[in-house]
Design a protein. Structure first.
Lengths: 340, 340, 340, 340
């Protein structure tokens, strides 16, 4: 941490800062520049110290130098994390395709979709049993019945299953049925849920919050990793910007950034990332070209009549077309589209 | 809801849209413009219909006309909501000042602060017992011990108490001690928590999410109101933008907007809204000048040594200065700074 | 255009709106919904009418239905625009690579770079002679001397040249040397410059403004097209968001969106889009996978010592690596990396 | 400037950075922390050095410590700048009200407005002769005829006049008629225009760009100040965010921030800042409560029929109401609403 003093800060002010640093059990390192004095802080720094020092008289700003995330950082853990689910490994050479309906609506809908996406090459089945919704007047999922249907489809198709858990009280229930627990974007900073999910003994996929910086996302990951759960997958699903043509702005650059700063695998969700089905295929291809370890795509037998997010769902035919394009793009960047 | 067809949409496509509308039990209303055909949808529309119609062939876009929020809307409830807490009314002519430490740290800290803010004119005491934190390595509050201290200070000072509840499991506990339950910005779309708080039988203050539009905020309010709890207060606390000098960008214009579109009272939180103590006073004055029903301000006996958010806390002296400026500003816009 | 009246709007208010519409030489179309009355406006609407109607008593909102851009719209011009420059066609099946230094610094620097990028497969040479700079204390380009060097390299290598024009007074000068005039992001709404560039008789590349919506970008394009210049290319180069790890957030989804709503070709600039050289290759690949008609990349013989934007420039070796990956990605999505 | 090395950076990498610093004629200052080595850079640093150092091997990040703006900085010029125009001083104790139509439309319109705003207490007359417009199909102002009308009204009412200059070629023309040259938000980084305006011998008002940080705004100011023109006024007019209820989000906190970091006066424009007339009054009051040196407000005899921005213009009656509220708010914060 570095404390930048104002131009003209007095010796008394500088001394006060140094005393405060020592009082926190740390060491200081003084440097007089042409315009300003700068004080380095050495030792194990707790995050709040920044705030504390920033309000001292004569201080211009306090700059953090260490990264606040550790367990998720590649600097401290250079090796890639690989998460194994069923026969699939997320985070290695393979590109994994997670597909299925936004919400589980019925046995028939899930059955048809699971078989269709498996036949087209998907290796993990997605489907929401508990659905967050901006409005209280919208469809909110089948609940445990949805989880049972997912488990049934898993038994039939052999595909491992990912589904969202929305509240602490449901973690055990969802963990009984799911192979991967999904934490949704709105819950990225629901810290109790993160910790509970971290204890559930199942891999977790953590979606990026709508307005979360990459650093905040990795700090949220830290809550899960700190529970001893190493099987964590990140998922980029679009951030909020001023552009309104797309529902969100998918931050494709987060993919190579995460690869650089973290050892965790990263999946891209172009369905939520764009909100429009006709953008899903180009953005899925873009994500894999940029280095994503997989994609998560919403597929529905009949998007026109979907109870949830039909506008962003591919029908079976469009999903098959996507899969045909995805394989050569993965190959072009030295990856392999894994088969079910 | 209005369906805008593309230039050159065929009769067949137009008919398909009309059939889909009728299949949903609604009526259509056709209008042929110079360039395009437009189809109005009449009847009680469910929100997902927009998505459903938008993906039909020949459709350019679907525009919502009704507001998706009802219970919080001034159109349907023209009268101002007034929330009574202790002897204080939030939402009427009075301007209410809520003050106290970010986090309850100790009996001494809370005792000193409670008496100081009361003496300076605050009418509600704030203090966090459960603290959300971006990093798992930060201070997270005293928990129930913090609640007990708040209740003790309430008994001593007569000030009603507001404190944050962060998870469904804690709602009952917090409701036993608090006069107002606060839902934090990160939990604005934690729908289970909203509903549970709505059932707790206590007034609720709902903070605006970091990246929530005003419409989404009112939809979140809808979750609480739908539980039959009418005692709801909104709180603007800054939104996330590209500007990094301030922690957030406080959206002062949200205050008159809420006053126009909703009957709910609105409080401004310049401490979180700016993240810097030296901006708290000008922004508190701005909020009241713009029509806020009150302000919520962090005050600490010694911000330099606060365990949480010291950089944005006023010391007692600065809080007294703020109160002295606030009274004439409130009077200038026809409001009254209420006394404890 | 559609006028949505408030719940409870009076007949008098409705009549006043209808009279205002007729006074503008247009026709109205009345529709009474369950909650509200809606008035369609038929005829050739001028953009300001929205503002005019919106302030009338009883009006809730006015919704535009027609797109405000016409000349750039695919609805009105379904055929792809193809821009021919030298032997290169931008906007067809080919993927075009534009490469060169951010700023022309010296004959030696440009000579080396031009030959290196040509050898690696670039088909257009870029280089700034006039450089915008956030700070007045930064390097601002060689001016006409830079243009001369570009023309010289064009003669030597056969590569057509693109360079930025920053002010109306320089349009003729730049057009004498350049094959494509580039309008920078900061000038996207410099309307005088757009019109002057539109008259220069040369193809124009219009970069997206830092905070421009896709619609505003197409409206800016309209200024150029309205001068009769059909040879227009768009360039996505990142938008401003809250994320600070990257200089900008590159909006890859803008590529398929533009392809859908406009007939104009679109190029991606991952150098400015990310601000970091190690993100340039993955984002270039992503852009082409998403359907970009080409990429524009900054290359420098020695990025460490570049006078401008060294941090985002590839060295020759990294540029060659990018080109080797780009060809199979282009092929995977049915495109062809064109050779010089 | 501070260079933060990566965890595990080699001595060779550290030496290479130090050599690069010395090669630039600067001195280095080494500090070994627990995790990382940090290198301070001492001396007169040019802005590009950051980019140069950031790409060296082993470097994690480079942090700027000095502010990049100097002439506009309060650190270097503690005294408030006061700009005198006619009998009015902007930047002292007085609060100045600038009012008039968005665009000059006709002699009658300007005559009526000028007299009405003067009678209500405005001290500077605004009116656009050259109007920027997102669409080429919109009204773009009367040009020189508009300037003549403004000069005529100045002669009649005694009010000094502010009007926008949009292009370098018009600076001399506009400077002949105007008392203050306005640089619009879209031109905040039109560097040629800034420099030309800086040379015109007239006070300049620089509006904040739609997506400009406060730092970029002050850097743009630097272009004007560097021409020797000290008579510069800043104007906050809203920034672009995700919120769409308002046209822009008015950043009221920029007012106290500018007061802290700069000596330049700051005006608030709630008309453009909100885009809706019914928000103009509360936001004007908020701006003055937060410490603005004045406000700029659009007023029109008949906003319903305005050629430009009618939706955000006050009619005479509403302007008078604003003025009646403004005086006591200014007084409440120790300022004085100056009379014409």
């Amino acid at each position: 941490m570095i404390v930048v003093m104002r131009v003209g800060a007095t010796d008394q002010q500088i001394n006060a800062v140094m005393e405060r640093i020592r009082a926190a059990g740390l060491k200081e390192h003084l440097s007089h520049g042409v315009e300003r004095t700068i004080i380095g802080v050495l030792g194990q720094i707790y995050p709040e110290l920044k705030d504390t020092l920033e309000v001292l008289p004569g201080v211009d700003e306090v700059i953090r130098v260490s990264k606040p995330y550790k367990l998720s950082s590649r600097e401290f853990h250079p090796e890639d994390t690989r998460v194994k689910v069923g026969g699939v490994t997320i985070g290695g050479e393979d590109v994994v395709v997670i597909a299925g309906p936004c919400a589980v609506e019925s046995e028939k809908q899930l059955f048809e979709t699971a078989h269709a996406v498996r036949a087209a090459g998907a290796t993990v089945l997605r489907g929401g049993a508990f659905k967050p919704s901006t409005s209280p007047y919208s469809f909110r999922g089948l609940g445990e019945r949805g989880l049972e249907l997912l488990a049934q489809m898993k038994a039939e198709t052999g595909l491992p299953v990912i589904t969202e858990v929305m509240t602490v009280a449901d973690v055990d229930l969802v963990a009984r049925y799911a192979d991967i627990l999904q934490i949704g974007a709105r819950n990225m900073q629901n810290f109790f849920l993160l910790e509970e999910a971290g204890k559930a003994g199942k891999p977790v996929m953590l979606k990026r919050g709508l307005s979360a910086t990459i650093e905040e996302w990795l700090l949220a990951a830290e809550y899960i990793l700190a529970q001893g759960n190493k099987e964590l997958i990140l998922c980029e699903r679009g951030i909020r910007t001023f552009e309104s043509y797309t529902r969100n702005t998918m931050d494709i650059s987060a993919i190579p950034v995460i690869e650089k700063v973290s050892h965790l695998p990263i999946i891209a969700d172009p369905s939520h990332g764009t909100g429009k089905w006709h953008l899903v295929t180009p953005m899925a291809l873009a994500a894999v070209a940029a280095g994503a370890d997989g994609i998560m795509v919403e597929v529905h037998p009949n998007p026109d009549s979907a109870l949830k997010d039909g506008a962003q769902s591919l029908n079976f035919d469009n999903f098959r077309k996507l899969m045909k394009l995805l394989a050569p793009v993965a190959a072009a960047v030295g990856r392999r589209l894994v088969s079910p």
